[in-house]
Design a binder for this molecule. Sequence first.
Ligand code: LR7
Ligand code: MN
Length: 601
Amino acid sequence: NSGGQRGRALSPLPGPAPGPPASFTVSRTLGEDQREYVDRKGIHVVVGHYLGEAAASPSLNLTDELVNKNEFSPLPNEGKDGSPVQIPSHMLPRMQALFRINRFNLMASDRIPLNRSLPDVRKKKCQSKQYPLTGLPDTSVIIVFHNEAWSTLLRTVWSVITRSPRELLAEILLVDDASTRTFLQRDLELYVATLPVPVRVLRSAARVGLVRARLLGARTARGRVLTFLDAHCECTKGWLEPLLSRVAGDRTRVVCPVIDIISDDSLAYVRSFELHWGAFNWELHFRWYTMGGSELRRRKGDVTEPFRTPAMAGGLFAMDREYFFELGAYDEQMEIWGGENLELSFRVWQCGGSVEIAPCSHVGHLFRKSSPYTFPGGVGDVLYTNLARVAEVWMDRWADFYFKFNPDAAAFRPKLNVTERLALRSRLQCKGFEWYLDNVWPQHFMPKDDRFFGKVRNVRTGDCLVKPTGKGSLNQPMGTASTSSCGGEDDLELVRMFVMTKEGVLATDESVCLDAPERELPAEGRERVGHIRPRARIMACSGRPRQVWKHDPQDQSLRHVSSGLCLDSPENSDEEDSMLVLNECNGSSGQQWTLEKVAWA
Ligand code: LR7
Ligand code: MN
């Protein structure tokens, strides 16, 4: 045996090559070959110097040897303190080829020591905060994986070991969801046996997906708290104590760390904004939203204080073990990936608990732009069935809304069997989704009886408002769609749907609002000419007066309250064709807007 050909050849991985897939939006170009993308969780990711479009290059036969754990030995200073890895230029072709295996820079990861150092990214106040260990429950850390790379998996484990107080760490459970890579078999077990804390490897014989894999771990866990992590995380200093102390204070709290970014390109550790909270859009895709002004001011008192979040990202959280099971654990009928984070979030909130983010706890997660693994049954079918289950069980009338506007998911509705989950919901006497919206997410932009939902159409042009998508979807001029495309009753495109609240906020999904500058008087000596008229833009909803509009059902004007100007689709707008601007109100048809209700449930 020449030593080269160990094992069978794996078939090339399906799906797109690295680099941004079509569904990603380039939000800005940073330099020659650096671009920033918004990934599928709405997080900004910089795709940098190593990988440009060029990375979509060489095809490679993925043999077992290639996906081996150790083609490159770690270098002591590589990735130190979370710094980006430098790859010598002669290795770039190899690096790009290896990227395809896990959809992140495997060569970079393999060159970083498994126990690399990371910066202490916490706020000063967090660093000095005391957490008396005697009062804290211990935890089992549960990490599920399917064909994870050796270096990322073991770096996750090492970061837990080196940065958790030993007395709080009952054990680490590695749950193998039917991986096929050989190094994750015996090699892994031999390796973990040498570690200074109990690490158990549990195996699922068949691919069960992350929900049932986590359940497998949870059922054998011995710690009082379950702490879940993805298999490509790095915990930073002091990550565990804030989570456990919140659970200790109230067992019905489900506590998430701040999720920092490990670059899929350079493996750099990038601290992310602490004051993000999670929710979702009209398609039930998880999204991050930024904490608003009043909450920010309230928090000035104590920046270490955990804050409530309507939803969790899903992968990283701590929860009391007994409470986890009392509350119905997970929906076992959920497959592979997706939806379980919303299901758990709704269930916790609606059934009496809370979900929160502890800003003093920081854990890095390696964000990828696409999944490296297979989705038995097809990615769409898997995700939509899971989401359909979430809607059907927890969302009441808003399930009808979801299915009406998401036909891909609606196709699965008749086939769902959610009897057991509905029984759980009534046994636990959980509150309804309206309660959730009103109390847990008062800033939400879901349709409701107290607000308008539908299309906003200009009388002169017949065009209707359309949410700008793609390229950096915020801070863009509000778009319009032509009469023909925003058609009639059967046009159910979500980009053309808007809500208008009692307060006069005109919003679309993902918490983006129609916005315009406060009255902008022309600078002295300057004429108020066409192109300096304030444009109507789409901005993150802020609750500020400049986002307040008033629609007059009589003259059909849509008035920008703080400036007194009217939203206008002016006739003579040659170069700014189809631009919406603010003008002095004049009653012209370009300033008339009809609010066309669309039934949603
Ligand atoms: O069939 C599978 N079996 C598995 O064991 C599929 C996946 N997995 C494992 C996988 O190896 C990984 O450890 O499950 C974990 C999550 O899968 P990823 O890392 O491919 O998914 P992700 O990071 O895109 O997933 C996010 O959304 C998922 C929805 O089901 C889960 O909730 C993930 O835990 C979640 N990750 C995070 O929340 C990290 C921060 C992301 C953000 C924002
Ligand atoms: Mn992940």
